[in-house]
Design a protein around this ligand. Structure first.
Ligand SMILES: [Mg+2]
Length: 267
């Protein structure tokens, strides 16, 4: 059951770092947007380049240690994710776990073949939404559709969001689809795809690892729900969750990851 996670106290932080340092193998599941990357930051903004370098730096420091597997589990398109994390030695799960890539391989594996007949009626609805509110935009991924409205004040988009939700819920009755009401976005994707399924792929490979998982949205609850009891789960940003601990933002998570990566962290 989801509840309010505990704030990460200095004592719990020390205990996590100690367990991390002592572990024979470490396995980290990290969401990208809102978890490693600041929520809503415009990727064309001057700040974005510096943020991108910070994210890459902390991931590189984590993967440089032996016996450490980092998995980025994101809703992003797999080509975008591949480019963002190129050369960093981390495994990737893209488009909510439809595509998986092992850390030491360059090729992607698609977890199942997906029928896309549903995209024809769904695309019409997404295009209508985009045209109704011009500063919003529609993203078509190979196996999902997304309507983004983060550039629009909530009061201007509220009514349209409600209409879209209702129309897309109808489609989920006709096709095996899942509707995600995200932060400033609506996404429609195959029902069988979720981040928990992707997480299990690595959990099976690395049993007896010390596990840390972090995420900020509903889709990340699927990661938390499949973790063993002794794993450390972290909700980034306030809200109810299956996670044990709470951190306020991406910066706080990156600080913790930097401490974990550093062998000389003082406790
Ligand atoms: Mg996120």
């Amino acid at each position: 059951m989801r509840k309010t996670p505990r704030v990460l106290t200095p004592a719990s932080r020390r205990a996590i770092i100690q367990r991390y340092q002592a572990a024979k193998h470490r396995l980290l599941f990290l969401d990208y947007d809102g978890t490693l990357w600041p929520t809503g930051l415009d990727e064309r903004s001057p700040q974005a380049k510096a943020e991108h370098a910070l994210v890459r730096s902390v991931i590189r420091r984590l993967t440089q240690r032996t016996q450490t597997t980092v998995v980025i589990v994101s809703g992003r398109d797999h080509t975008v994710l591949a480019q963002r994390f190129k050369g960093l030695g981390c495994a990737l799960a893209a488009e909510h776990g439809l595509w998986l890539k092992e850390a030491k391989q360059s090729s992607w594996m698609m977890v199942e073949q997906i029928d896309t007949a549903w995209k024809i009626p769904a695309r019409v609805l997404f295009q209508q939404a985009m045209h109704a509110i011009p500063t919003t935009w529609f993203e078509e991924k190979p196996y999902s559709l997304v309507w983004h409205y983060r550039n629009v004040p909530a009061r201007l988009v509220k009514a349209k969001v409600k209409i879209m939700r209702r129309a897309l819920q109808q489609l989920t009755k006709q096709y095996p689809l899942r509707l995600i009401m995200g932060r400033n976005l609506i996404e429609l994707l195959p029902a069988s795809i979720n981040k928990g399924r992707a997480t299990k792929h690595w959990l099976c490979q690395y049993q007896d690892s010390f596990i840390i998982a972090a995420g900020d949205e509903r889709t990340d609850e699927d990661i938390f729900s499949v973790l063993p009891r002794n794993a450390i789960s972290i909700k980034v940003q306030a809200g109810s969750s299956l996670a044990k601990y709470l951190l306020p933002d991406d910066q706080a998570l990156r600080d913790l990851l930097a401490q974990l990566a550093d062998r000389k962290t003082r406790l």
